[in-house]
Design a protein around this ligand. Structure first.
Ligand code: NAP
Ligand code: MG
Length: 503
């Protein structure tokens, strides 16, 4: 089903923002790339160019890292009290809400996501993330240790740990949640006292550049956060390999994640990676289908399937298989597909021609390998990057659509007989381990299955619930480390032991 409501009228500020060539933020100044080059920013609903962003390269990376290094070593960020740091980070959250509509419009325009979702989810979650992290600034303390040194009898010691910022952090983010991924990374790095150079995704630089303005307005000192734009190979790669970067935090494809890990191995930078997924979502015969069917549909169709934790492999017990497939297929057929700026849109376009071609290739491989389609299977309309929400049946384990991350609104449905070891073998039979779900009314079965799904997050009778307090990240090739929660501080803090001989 396609939408036809009038598009949201762009705010004058948004028109002005996209109307002029954007600059990036280095050392508190708005600058163009040293090469003078720009790249085009495209509206995925139409394929039209809507803005221009600087094409940053190695020289810009060097300038940004130098600024972050100066800000770390001698700037005010490390010297102000944790409470003052917390207030600035809290203010970022307040200002995100002040500019909520502006940010939501930029997100819908640039990424293609429904403006209703951008307003209610992306922007609000980004604000809450900063405010959750603001609270941690005053609580990142060490411990007093009780030593029992056996080889210095009679001597007493006072020993304690300090938690210190790791230094200059490089952060590289993807295009699927441009504002929220920036928040997930910037919030804890700043709360830890690190300074940052962030490279935005080339497909979606707009909301991150607006966030950079917000950070200045909130009082983040010059150089503490530098936000640059450019391409992966020419801007991301030199950033990830820069000798003055102490730590790299990356979200994106597993393939690029491996490149980052290799580049970082030269000087053993700390690395955290949040990568791809092929998450199993299990519906048992005794599930409440009024919950399970819409939730499983949301698990795959939310953000057009462009979620690293999308519930893309559905396992349905045979007693409810037909009803569940029919229910999700009906939701898919009735979803309103249209431009992000249409307020009635439930699913927007894929982010780019590249992703459109990639997902279309997977659909073709499904057809070639003998899969059936209970819904979707093709593009919607003839302009923009719209793909119909798709439910694939007759799935075999050797099919590409079952094996590989599609990163589009495409779910495979597999029937199983018993909730036994074989089910868990199938669920876990992937190189990934990011998310997973199980639906059942039997709480003991639910917890037993949750414990055996080898992923960083398992949802029970729900899916795609994210919260700043809940750690998120991957087992296996879905990544290293966790974002959010208190766990995220392991990424940005070093522990130092201090030992004092008291005689
Ligand atoms: P990607 O290539 O991994 O891009 C993610 C970020 O890394 C972007 O900022 C990108 O720059 C940058 N990058 C690319 N190559 C780099 C390099 N050699 N060194 C340093 N940085 C580099 O992901 P994508 O091309 O956007 O999407 C491809 C696939 O990745 C998707 O189909 C999906 O499977 C997966 N993906 C996963 C997530 C997730 O949340 N886990 C998010 C997005 C995509 P550019 O802006 O120039 O690309
Ligand atoms: Mg775009």
């Amino acid at each position: 089903m396609t939408t036809d409501a009038p598009l949201v009228e762009l705010l004058p500020n948004v028109k002005a923002f996209i109307g002029e060539k954007r600059k990036m933020l280095i050392d508190g100044k708005w600058v163009t790339a040293k090469s003078g080059e720009f790249f085009e920013v495209v509206n995925p609903a139409t394929g039209e160019v809507i803005a221009h962003a600087p094409s940053g390269g190695k020289a810009d990376v060097d300038a940004a890292v130098a600024a972050a290094k100066r800000a770390f070593e001698s700037g005010p960020w490390g010297k102000i009290t944790p409470a003052e740091r917390g207030k600035i980070i809290w203010r970022i959250g307040d200002l995100i809400m002040k500019y909520q509509e502006e940010l939501a419009q930029l997100e819908a325009l640039d990424n293609g996501k429904p403006i209703s979702v951008a307003r209610a989810a992306d922007v609000v979650l980004a604000a809450e993330l900063f405010q959750y992290m603001a609270g941690w600034c005053t609580k990142l303390d060490g411990r007093v240790l009780n030593l029992s040194v056996p080889y210095t009898p009679g001597v007493e010691y006072h020993a304690y740990t300090r938690r210190e910022p790791v230094g200059v952090v490089a952060q590289i983010i993807p295009w699927n949640f441009p504002l929220l991924m920036a928040a997930w990374k910037l919030g804890p790095a700043l709360a830890s006292g690190c300074t940052v150079v962030m490279k935005l995704a080339e497909e979606t630089p707009l909301s991150g550049l607006k966030l950079a303005e917000i950070m200045q307005e909130a009082g983040v000192p010059d150089g503490a956060v530098n936000i640059i734009t450019g391409f992966g190979e020419t801007c991301g790669a030199p950033l990830a390999a820069h000798p003055d970067v102490a730590k790299v935090a990356f979200t994106g494809s597993t393939e690029v994640g491996k490149l980052i890990a290799r580049a970082a191995s030269n000087d053993l930078k700390k690395v955290t990676l949040e990568l791809g997924g092929k998450s199993p979502n299990i519906i048992l015969n005794d599930a409440d289908l009024n919950i399970a069917i819409p939730s499983a549909a949301n698990a795959i169709f939310f953000n057009h399937g462009q979620c690293c934790c999308a519930g893309s492999r559905l396992f349905i017990q045979e007693g409810v298989y037909d009803e569940v497939v029919a229910g999700i297929a009906e939701i898919a057929r009735n979803m309103k597909v249209g431009p992000g700026l249409d307020p009635t849109t439930e699913m927007g376009p894929l982010v780019s021609q590249v992703q459109f071609d990639r997902v279309s290739g997977f659909l073709k491989s499904g057809i070639d390998q003998g899969a059936s389609f209970a819904a979707g299977g093709a593009r919607v309309g003839d302009k923009g990057y719209f793909v119909a929400p798709t439910v694939i049946t007759n799935v075999r384990e050797d099919m590409k659509v079952y094996q590989e991350e599609i990163f589009g609104p495409v779910v495979t449905a597999t029937r199983f007989k018993d909730a036994d070891d074989e089910l868990l073998r199938m669920a876990n039979d992937t190189i990934y381990g990011l998310g997973g779900g199980v639906y059942t009314r039997d709480i003991s079965k639910a917890h037993k299955i949750a414990a055996r799904i080898r992923t960083g997050t398992v949802w029970i009778n729900t899916y795609n619930i994210f919260d700043a307090s809940m750690p998120f990240g991957g087992f296996k090739q879905s990544g290293w480390g966790r974002e959010m929660g208190v766990e995220v501080f392991n990424n940005y803090l070093e522990t130092k032991s201090v030992c004092v001989g008291l005689g």
